[in-house]
Write a protein that binds this ligand. Structure first.
Ligand code: CDP
Ligand code: CDP
Length: 205
């Protein structure tokens, strides 16, 4: 079984995908971490994420970054990730790894932006997880404050709008709901309620 979970920034994709993986005993891949690793590699090299040569070079050596590096979760890394993610060559360099992961015999859950549309169009279940920008910004703000980051709700909301616009507006694999994806709006759902709603969809598939 392959489950695709897509959606905008801080919609709750990762939290939901991890829980689904645990419940259905599937392997989990956070594909955003791959793009974040490319962004982080560029930032650490002192190069510009807008520079296509730097982006492609970093994507080819993305294996150098540990996927549990805490710097991957920083806002600056997310921003750099969304810039490099608009580069077609970067996306192509990361595609095979994601497709191979999805084909694991035990099945897999992948979360990202283009899993249901590009990486695994054949997925058995596709979830498009979303929530209002205000709710998503509040969730991300709370996470950042809990980690001790010095920021404001307004700054987080502004960054989130910018990243959503870049992710949905790019030519290459833009963020969009696959036609056969189930829409899951978690604006008024806590994590338990979102997991229950997702399980209903999966069990009915
Ligand atoms: O992976 P993505 O950026 O879409 O979001 P996430 O990291 O899974 O979730 C962002 C934050 O929202 C986390 O702190 C979750 O605990 C929280 N969350 C929530 O409060 N309610 C939900 N229904 C889903 C996530
Ligand atoms: O957790 P959050 O929603 O903040 O972002 P993420 O899932 O970690 O992804 C970081 C960035 O990588 C996104 O803003 C996208 O630009 C890019 N990305 C992508 O283009 N395609 C994917 N399948 C996953 C992430």
């Amino acid at each position: 079984m392959i489950i695709a979970v897509d959606g905008p920034v801080a919609a709750g994709k990762g939290t939901l995908a991890r829980r689904i993986a645990h419940i259905y005993k599937l392997d989990y891949l956070d594909t955003g971490a791959l793009y974040r690793a490319v962004g982080l590699k560029i930032l650490r090299a002192g190069r510009d994420p807008e520079d296509p040569a730097a982006a492609v070079d970093a994507a080819r050596h993305v294996g150098d970054v540990a996927l549990d590096d805490p710097a991957l979760r920083e806002e600056a890394t997310g921003e750099a990730a969304s810039i490099v993610a608009a580069n077609q060559e970067v996306r192509a360099a990361l595609l095979q790894y994601q497709r191979d992961f999805a084909k694991r015999p035990q099945g897999a859950v992948l979360d990202g932006r283009d899993i249901g549309t590009v990486v695994c169009p054949e997925a058995d279940v596709k979830l498009f997880v979303t929530a209002s920008a205000e709710v998503r910004a509040r969730r991300r703000f709370d996470e950042l404050i809990a980690k001790g980051t010095d920021t404001t709700y307004e700054a987080v909301l502004e960054d989130l709008h910018a990243r959503d616009a870049r992710d949905a507006g790019r030519d290459s694999a833009p963020l969009k709901k696959a036609e056969d994806a189930h829409l899951l709006d978690t604006s008024k759902l806590d994590i338990e309620a979102a997991v229950n709603a997702a399980c209903k969809i999966i069990d009915a598939a």
